[in-house]
Design a protein around this ligand. Structure first.
Ligand code: XIL
Length: 413
């Protein structure tokens, strides 16, 4: 079935329909939060210890809804499919999810002519059956390009490859996604260009107009997803980050001045314990608000490699950084979404990164839930920060969709 976008479209309609039917027919109507909470059980079926019961009314998604904020995490479809604790935690905690890798070029493009949407579809089906929104990540990035890219994409055909990819991928999910990271990490001040643009393959092949091309094509393919520019290293008030933040602002201003459709800026927020945000980020968020742009915290985690054992102290240090960072940021009304890059320490990408590893070789603890799906101090710090937000409740904030362990499966191909 691969490579035939017409048939994909009809299969997607089948999938989306199946998800909706299962959600409706699961036998459990939407429960008022208070009711759901009183019956709350652990995964083993025993009554949960109070501190660890963060389902229903106590979840991040419920607190977010009460304060006008979508809350969620990056997800991996293999774990959603194969690990009930993972699936349950994501369903309970997130009102929005983003594929950690499943919508990147390398995941979707086995070769130059075909597309493989199976994993991406799994995430959309899961999310729809749990009343979650989905962010698309990403349409254009210098990383996660497939191995065939370098030998195949040339200066002559790069614009065509980019537009075709965006038309096919954004078109496939048109009307279903909350937002798209259209261009990811296009600024790198170290590359020394006056416009701050990174010397990425896309810049080398197409020139600076690739960014505009990507946004315009995304809008044509999906008229409703919020089109986002996403970047990292713009959170703090160090000289490098102030510089980079300034270049991101100039890029966004240039795009707006040319009438390029852009709706939001994503601030990745990969932090280290002890990082203290200055006023610069809040000014940046307010400037974006004056430009009519939303802001999303897209990939938050807190690296603890500078903190020594014991675990309790590491967890406290990580939680403090969650609190110090999120409390002022989430108080800004144009910040409408907050996601962590994963939900459980069990699967953090940091453990695979050499430069992020701890000297003592211990696994990192950067996320709201620990290896065994227990909420950590970072969870409570995040939730308190959400509660400090002066936002209005989202529609339906007093209801939640219970975890449906028998969600529809993607049909075999
Ligand atoms: C990371 C994933 O978490 C890893 O699993 C993968 O090996 C590499 O990419 N900024 C981004 C994300 O925009 O796509 C990256 O995700 C993390 C940094």
């Amino acid at each position: 079935m691969r490579g035939d976008s017409g048939r994909f479209r009809s299969r997607r309609e089948f999938l989306i329909g199946a998800a909706a039917a299962a959600a409706a027919g699961c036998g459990t109507p939407l429960l008022p939060l208070a009711c759901a909470q009183s019956g709350s059980k652990t995964r083993q079926g025993a009554m949960a210890p109070t501190l660890n019961d963060v389902s229903g009314l106590r979840s991040l998604r419920a607190h977010g809804a009460a304060h006008g904020l979508l809350v969620g995490c990056a997800v991996n479809p293999d774990h959603l499919d194969g690990e009930p604790d993972y699936a349950r935690t994501v369903a309970e905690q997130a009102s929005i999810v983003v594929p950690e890798n499943a919508m990147k070029w390398a995941a979707l493009r086995p070769n130059a002519t075909q597309y493989d949407f199976r994993k991406a579809d799994d995430i959309v089906v899961f999310a729809l059956s749990h009343e979650q929104k989905v962010r698309g990540h990403n349409l254009c990035w210098h990383e996660a390009l497939p191995s065939w890219f370098a030998g195949t994409v040339t200066k002559e055909n790069a614009a065509q490859y980019l537009t075709q990819h965006i038309r096919t991928v954004a078109g496939r999910f048109a009307g279903k996604l909350h937002s798209w990271d259209v261009v990811n990490e296009a600024i790198d001040v170290k590359d020394g260009r006056p416009d701050g643009l990174r010397n990425s393959p896309w810049l080398e092949l197409i020139g600076p107009s690739y960014i505009e091309l990507a946004f315009r094509t995304a809008r044509e393919a999906d008229g409703t997803a919020l089109l986002t520019y996403n970047d990292y290293g713009i959170e703090l008030d160090t000289p490098e980050q102030i510089d980079k933040r300034g270049q991101v602002m100039m890029l966004v201003r240039r795009l707006q001045a040319r009438g390029v459709p852009i709706d939001a800026v994503g601030i990745q927020s990969h932090l280290s314990a002890g990082d203290v945000p200055g006023d610069g980020l809040i000014h940046f968020i307010r400037e974006l608000r004056a430009m009519n742009l939303q802001v999303f915290v897209t990939e938050m985690d807190v690296n603890d490699r500078k903190l020594a054992e014991p675990v309790a102290e590491r967890d406290a240090g990580v939680a403090k950084t969650y609190r110090d960072y999120l409390t002022p940021v989430l108080a800004e009304p144009n910040v409408t979404v907050a996601l962590t890059w994963g939900i459980t320490d069990r699967y953090t990408w940091l453990n695979g990164l050499q430069h992020a590893s701890r000297a003592d070789g211990k696994p990192e603890r950067p996320l709201p839930f620990d290896y065994d799906y227990n909420p950590k101090p970072a969870f409570f710090a995040e939730r308190d920060s959400i509660d400090g937000r002066p936002g209005q409740a989202l529609p339906g904030a007093d209801h939640y969709a219970p975890f449906n362990p028998t969600q529809p499966q993607r049909p075999q191909q």
